[in-house]
Design a protein around this ligand. Sequence first.
Ligand code: TMP
Length: 254
Amino acid sequence: MSRRKKIYEGKAKILYEGPEAGTLIAHFKDDATAFNNQKRGQIEGKGVLNNRISEFLMTRIEAIGIPTHFIKRLNMREQLVRKVEIIPLEMVCRNVAAGTICKRLGLKEGEKLPRPIIEYYLKDDELGDPLVSEDHISAFGWAAPQEMDDMIAMTFRVNDFLSGMFGAIGIQLIDFKLEFGRQFEGEMMRVILADEISPDSCRFWDVQSKRKLDKDRFRQDLGDVPEAYAEIARRLGVLKDRPDLKVVAMENEP
Ligand code: TMP
C-alpha cells in the first residue's frame, strides 16, 4: 500500500494514484477534525463506514442521472474514483437551521427554513473556508457561470433525492455539503460530483427522537459517535453482507 504514490492527504482521506490513467484511490481514515482543524480526534471505524455509506449514496445518485466520480469500492477503506480537478467550493444545502447558519442569521437550531437554501464556501483552510457569493465566484473565476448553474441544479436534485431516501428510513436530512470536480476526457470537460457523502458531510437527525446521527456528535462532544455512524449504515442496509463490521464499530463506542 505504501508503495503507491500519494497524491494528496486531507483531513479524512488520502488520495493515491490509481491503477489506470484518470483514476485515483481514495482511502478513508478514522481521523476527524472540526471547526477548521481546531478540534481533532479519531472516530473508530469511521473510515470503513464512510467508505460504505458514500459508495451506496454515490451509486444511487449516479442511477438517477447525476454523474459522480465513484467507480467501485476496492476494500474496507478504499474506493476507486475518477480523477477530477476539484472546483474550490463547498456547496452547502440546508433544509433546517443548524450549525453556522444559526449564529450567522440568528436562527434557532431545528427551525425549518422557508425553502432549501444553497450556500457557497471557498475551500481554503488558511482562511477557514469563508462564505462567498456567486459574484465572488465569477469575479475570481473559481467556477464559470455554466458550471455554477450545473452544480446548483445537481445540488437541489441530490437534496430532493436524499431527503426522500432518508425520510423513508426515519432520518431527516438537515443539511449537507457537496464538492464537484472537472473531469477531462480528450477535448471534453464535464462537472461531476466528487469527494464523499457521509455523516462527516451531512447532518442527519432521527425523525422521532431528533437524536443527532452525524459528526455533530463529535463536534459537540455528545458521545456515541461511532454508534451514530453505524446506525446510518445499518438503516441504509449497507452492512448486511458484513454484520461483523457493525460490531467492530459498536465495540469502539466511547
Ligand atoms: P456548517 O453548519 O458548519 O456550515 O455545515 C453545514 C454542512 O456542511 C454540515 O452538514 C456539515 C458540512 N460541512 C462539511 O462537510 N465540511 C466542512 O468543512 C463544513 C464547515 C461543513
